[in-house]
Design a binder for this molecule. Sequence first.
Ligand code: PLP
Length: 384
Amino acid sequence: MSSETIKKRNIYIAQPSMGQEEWEALKEPIFSGWVTQGPKVKEFERMFSERHQVDHAFAVTSCTTGLHLALVALGIQPGDEVIVPAFTWVSTVNVVLYCGATPVFVDVDPKTFNLVPEQIKAKITDKTKAIIAVHLFGLCADMDAIKQAAPDIAILEDAACASGAGYKGKPSGSLGDIASFSFHPRKSITTGEGGMVTTNREDLAEKVNTLRNHGASISEEQRHHGPKPYILPAFDILGYNYRMTDLQGALGIVQFGKLDQFINERNEWAKFYQQELKDLAWLQLPDFSEDYQHGWQAFVCMIDETKAPHSRNKIMELLQERGISTRPGTHAVHMLDYYVQNFGFKPSDFPGAQAANDYSIAIPLHNKMTQEDYQYVVQTLKEI
Ligand SMILES: Cc1ncc(COP(=O)(O)O)c(C=O)c1O
């Protein structure tokens, strides 16, 4: 490969796919002057709930704030325990601490990067109030096995990476008691920052709707368009301001319209990687059964350093030098300084998460990449 080819390339780990349509969509809220949560957010929620086959969807400022609201709606409070996987984005676990509750880790399987349901039973105590089932990188957790292990415990789906993904023919977001999605730019569709809470439970829906808006009894849109806009609503619970803006709602509508196309394209390129990279003995490719409809937020592999030409970090460095961005899949939360200092965890407490932390690698897969980009990634991986 010539050094010029090496220099010219710059393949990002993720890149939002947006353009003229998103730009045009912003005009309406800008010119109407209605830029806080309003008709655009409502339409985005309607589309999202229909696609994910849920009765309710509530747009929020991020998946993290959505997870927090979901836990508050479930009544999680100090003294409660919430079961969480040890390998996930830090905020899956931080939200448990926001509620003053205690996170209880279970390990993950480094083949799927999702929590091991068989480990749940041993972690249940009379304080366990919820399980956060993360659908990491767009692959749903094994929800049937989780429900079987904990039939009486509420399940919150962390569907940050899983817009449009499915499990046994059912969409993510409809698989537990309540769920939260992300529209951060590393996800398949984006609103800059943003999230969506979904649920079929009426009691939780009502709470989330109120909690995201300071605990107000009615939304600002309802008040402004109602008979007495000058009367402020009642506030009888402690709420938050986690509302999505209508600017983001307008973006969300356009992006959401492309979700299935984006996932189909990602599926095709994931198959290409699977086919082209299957003979690299040092690279363990994503592996899952037909029960799962992968959302392909990311293409995450494990590196077997006993067979690999270099360590995982050296491989990431060599790829970066060749214009290919990679990242570790995510991190083992029990190994992060804050959690070590406050809870005294050791890396080996959760060996699956530790291995995923040390040897996982996300290689670029997104809708801005060209066929040439994909071929270049494959060729470069084979050459190093
Ligand atoms: C598994 C998981 N949970 C939660 C989040 C947080 O999402 P947000 O950035 O929308 O708060 C992320 C983001 O990367 C994630 O990957």
